[in-house]
Design a binder for this molecule. Structure first.
Ligand code: NAP
Length: 303
């Protein structure tokens, strides 16, 4: 299946291009980017020109940040293309609902991807938890914004979501593995004095679930979720790549390994079956935290 990648930046280069190159199902047929280029394929600087010039490409994968993503997504659907959205799927919930309605009306696939849900431990964790009573859960997601978003000021601009940009990955796992949904009950958000989005957050949910997100961690990165149940304790570490139940390792991979291959396999399936996959549960928690959160101002941040 031919795919065009839009927004040739960090995630397109780190994950999408290698995952497409390694897949027998996919062929990278074009790239759209104002500054980036991909060798060996046709390059465009705007999506409208690509859509008009390449009716042979049925799928468009959008690797832009969330705020500038809606226009290109709408243009691709209007041109009859199936669309894959990076996470978070949009700048607002309403715009993603609008895209979903548009895709449905045209019989097109829209895939709001959550790469962390493809981590090796997530499906077995969900299966193990399905028959257990949950006593509580704790998320600790601490990473270095300078490593993962070097110089990307958009993460601190409105709609960039700040520390929820990685935190939403933890929430995408939580909402995939818990047998029953939880809802946010309080949030404390730390905003650098010179920025518009939080650099750290502490969240509390119903069901004795808590989360701590921080973007100021240097050195080893922490992406852990532990869930206590009536039948033992489950721990997902390395962003869901490692799973331990009561201290015994159940499965393991390197962090991020195989996640994007999984997303493209899923997209191929959805297109073949004429289906959509748009689960906004992780983003609802982020919107709720930004609605309910108590704001504290902390030291200025610069890259
Ligand atoms: P990025 O490198 O800053 O942006 C990707 C590309 O989008 C840029 O190279 C730029 O291409 C285009 N772009 C940026 N701002 C734009 C704007 N205002 N208007 C139009 N185009 C714009 O970001 P990224 O790290 O790849 O992240 C993109 C998405 O992937 C985000 O939603 C992020 O959450 C997700 N993601 C990132 C990571 C990571 O490790 N960084 C991991 C997983 C998922 P041109 O200027 O050439 O058009």
């Amino acid at each position: 299946m031919k795919v065009a990648l839009v927004g040739i930046g960090k995630i397109a280069r780190d994950q999408h291009i290698p995952a497409i190159a390694a897949s027998e199902e996919w062929e990278l047929a074009a790239a759209v980017s104002r500054h980036g280029r991909v060798e060996g394929v046709e390059n465009f600087t705007d999506i409208e020109t690509m859509l008009a010039a390449r009716p042979d490409i049925p799928v468009v994968s959008l690797c832009l940040p969330p705020v500038p993503r809606f226009g290109p997504a709408e243009a691709a659907l209007a041109a009859g293309r199936h669309v894959m959205l990076e996470k978070p799927p949009g700048a607002t919930l309403a715009e993603v609902h609008a895209l979903e309605a548009m895709a449905e009306a045209r019989g097109l696939t829209l895939h709001a991807t959550w790469h962390s849900r493809m981590a090796a431990g997530v499906a077995p964790a969900r299966d193990w938890l399905a028959s257990r009573r949950i006593i509580g859960a704790r998320i600790v997601w601490r990473e270095d914004v300078r490593k993962w978003h070097p110089g990307q000021d958009w993460v601190f601009e409105p709609g960039g979501m700040g520390v929820f940009d990685p935190g939403i990955n933890a929430l995408s796992i939580l909402t995939a593995i818990l047998p029953r949904p939880v809802h946010l009950t309080s949030a404390a958000l730390q905003y650098p004095e010179n920025r518009d989005t939080p650099i750290a957050a502490e969240l509390a949910f119903s069901g004795n679930v808590t989360a701590e997100f921080d973007w100021r961690q240097e050195g080893p990165q922490t992406w852990d979720i532990s869930v206590e149940t009536d039948g033992g304790t489950l721990r997902l570490t390395d962003g869901g790549a490692r799973l331990e139940i009561d201290g015994d390792e159940v499965g393991t991979r390197a962090a991020l390994e195989g996640e994007y291959a999984g997303l493209y396999r899923r997209m191929a399936e959805l297109v073949r079956e004429g289906r959509r996959d748009v689960d906004l549960a992780p983003m609802v928690h982020v919107a709720d935290a930004l609605t309910l959160g108590r704001r504290r101002t902390v030291a200025a941040f610069s890259f």
